[in-house]
Design a protein around this ligand. Structure first.
Ligand SMILES: [Zn+2]
Length: 156
């Protein structure tokens, strides 16, 4: 799995484990114990996972768009971002909507302009729909369009 990809999957609401410190043995063990799908570009890991009958998705060593096209094609879902279901991109924990009175370390002008804030229940990071959010929504649109096109191609 790739770090940036893990963050995106969490925004899409997927319970996503990512830790650069995990070696292949540990990854196989976690996938087995927790019934997780391994997402990787590493051929050796793919072969080992298959030998253990674990679900594994091979993603290209490209950028996140083709990677996510691959993931959602395999999973057969048309993903939708629902901010209420998003997980913390930082640590994978759940987010709760909090009142602006409850948030700290947020720039004053953001506090003035934004109404909705999300706070991570574990790491305490606070999120809001800022300029980065626009990019995420654009990415979502492109991804959906590409997946729909692929689906149509299959049906024709
Ligand atoms: Zn967090």
């Amino acid at each position: 799995m790739h770090g940036k990809l893990a963050r995106k999957m969490r925004i899409y609401g997927f319970d996503t484990k990512y830790d650069i410190a995990l070696d292949d043995n540990k990854i196989i063990e976690i996938a087995k114990n927790e019934g997780r799908t391994i997402i990787t570009s590493d051929e050796e890991l793919i072969n080992r996972a298959r030998a253990e009958n674990l679900q594994v998705i091979r993603v290209p060593l490209d950028n996140d768009l083709p990677r996510m096209i691959k993931i959602f094609t395999v999973l057969k879902i048309l993903p939708e971002i629902d901010p209420k279901r998003s997980r913390c991109p930082n640590c994978n924990s759940t987010l709760t909507i909090v009142d602006k009175k409850e948030v700290q370390n947020v720039p004053e002008k953001v506090l003035k302009r934004k109404k909705i804030f999300y706070k991570c229940s574990r790491c305490g990071k606070v999120y809001w729909h800022g300029s980065h959010w626009k990019k995420i929504r654009e990415f979502e649109k492109t991804l959906k369009k590409r997946l729909k096109k692929l689906k149509e191609g299959e049906e024709n």
